[in-house]
Design a protein around this ligand. Structure first.
Ligand code: HEC
Length: 457
């Protein structure tokens, strides 16, 4: 052996363990990022088992045409851009817009949305729906093993009823209802193949984030989401028909969710029943001033219908946060909301802040676009410190007083802009995706401490 060869062999034998160790670490990271659920099903489990759909398309999708994305052909002047435009009133054009998206989402799904069938990620022989990685890392709220549901905001009884009903006291409505009752929300979100292309460019096969520059601004490599992106999110509640009559007949799904101690969740999980209450949609549509349009449906068991889908009633649409309306401006300067439109025939008559759109189990002081406009990830220390993103879940005075925080929260932010006000310099815009926010946060947690935050509730 020549000395040169000998040296190469020596170097290779020294390097090999390092390379192997790196491979093992990458495998570990991939296993954590792409695992199906926080816990595996117990031995003998015969119910449905969730599988993460993460074989993201690697080819950039062609622009979505009217054939595949019929909702994009809609009259662009529907989506008001600024003051001076008319206040939208719910009519056939809004239901038609929502129905086109609805039909695309329900295609290939079980008509009864039964627990046993769950959600089909394959439609017509192709994978249509994909999930976001890193959402099974956190033991408190991370994905459960039956349907991949994650734990969301806990709702109170008043969330399910009209403001008038609280005014007269809930007891006049339902003598059996506990006014202090709390209800867990468990949900899953799916991105279609257009959106999944962006997810797969932002997270590599090893579960590592990929950052790039967009117009000179740091962003996840796959963003912004392309036109054609459709996201659906189905939300389930622990409330039943006894708590809110319109939940009658709602599909009952199993979820490995928290065991309750009175009105408080514990860290222990057990398979229990939850009911479908809300379906959120979000689409990239260039007709929206912020490129995104959000919409939501509520379950209404009192509405006639043969399939589960017939009971999902449109609540409304939102394409901006109405920065000209209180509390983004003082009351004296406030104009009526014009970037949300609400269906007057929704069963619980609830809305978000000042008539902006929020869903049945959402915070009524918030709105879809204002919360999602706060989707940012911390870029501190190469994405490895999980701190410092805008307060999407609220702050003192949310929706009740004119303040800097409210002006920021109810402003319109467009990708790749930073958060209004500049207090968050070390963040990158996630193009409204709060599931991506969860994934970046959990990855940072993993890099920072090597383990998820322990459950303490
Ligand atoms: C106060 C905050 C908040 C409000 C208000 C809110 N959401 Fe979300 N939303 C979230 C969070 C957090 C997630 C990610 C967690 C998850 O899906 O498990 C999310 C996820 C989603 C997703 C999945 C894609 C994504 O961005 O991650 C959709 C679609 C969605 N929401 C639509 C809506 C719609 C429509 C409304 C209004 C009817 C709404 N949201 C109101 C916080 C909010």
């Amino acid at each position: 052996m020549t000395s040169k060869l000998l040296l190469t062999a020596l170097a290779a034998s020294l390097l090999l363990p390092v390379v192997q160790a790196q491979d093992a670490a990458a495998q570990d990271t991939a296993a954590l990022a792409y695992r199906n659920a926080v816990e595996t099903p117990p031995p003998g489990w015969t119910g449905p088992v969730f599988r993460l759909s993460h074989d993201y398309p690697t080819q950039a999708p062609a622009a979505c045409g009217v054939k595949d994305c019929p909702w994009l052909a809609t009259n662009p002047s529907m989506f008001n851009q600024a003051p001076g435009s008319s206040v939208p009133v719910w009519d056939a054009q809004w239901s038609a817009y929502m129905k086109k998206i609805f039909d695309y989402i329900k295609e290939g799904q079980d008509p009864m949305l039964s627990n046993q069938k769950g959600w089909n990620v394959e439609v017509g022989g192709n994978t249509r729906w994909y999930h976001v990685p890193w959402m099974s890392y956190d033991p408190t709220r991370g994905r459960e093993f039956v349907h991949g549901l994650t734990n969301e905001r806990t709702a109170t009884i008043s969330d399910f009823h009209k403001p008038l009903e609280h005014h007269f006291g809930l007891n006049s409505l339902q003598a059996s209802v506990n006014p202090n009752a709390k209800f867990e929300t468990w949900a899953f979100g799916v991105y279609n193949d257009y959106g999944a292309y962006s997810i797969g460019k932002s997270w590599d096969k090893n579960g590592l984030p990929q950052v790039a520059s967009y117009d000179g601004v740091r962003t996840p490599a796959g963003l912004p989401f392309p036109t054609g992106t459709v996201v659906a999110k189905l939300l389930f509640t622990t409330a039943t028909e006894k708590d809110a009559p319109y939940l009658k007949g709602s599909p009952a799904w199993q979820a490995d969710r928290h065991v309750m101690n009175g009105q408080n969740p514990t860290c222990e999980r057990k398979v229990q029943i939850v009911h479908l209450v809300q379906m959120d949609i979000a689409v990239v549509d260039p007709n929206s001033p912020g490129r995104w349009i959000f919409g939501t449906y509520i379950w209404d068991g009192n509405r006639p219908g043969k399939t589960a889908w017939d009971h999902l009633v449109p609540v409304g649409l939102q394409w901006g946060a109405d920065p000209w309306t209180f509390p983004a401006v003082p009351r004296a300067e406030s104009i009526p909301v014009r970037q949300s439109v609400l269906n007057p025939r929704r069963p619980n008559a609830q809305a978000g802040c000042q008539g902006r759109l929020a869903g049945p189990v959402d915070n009524k002081q918030a709105s879809c676009v204002s919360c999602h406009g706060g989707a940012f990830a911390s870029t501190s220390s190469a994405l490895s410190v999980p701190t410092g993103t805008p307060p999407i879940f609220g702050f003192p005075g949310l929706c009740t007083q004119y303040s800097l925080e409210n002006a920021q929260y109810f402003n319109n932010v467009q990708f790749p802009q930073g958060y209004t006000g500049g207090q968050y310099p070390d963040v990158m815009n996630l193009d409204t995706s709060l599931q991506l926010q969860v994934s970046f946060f959990q990855y940072a947690q993993y890099k920072h401490t090597g383990k998820p935050a322990a459950c303490t509730q």
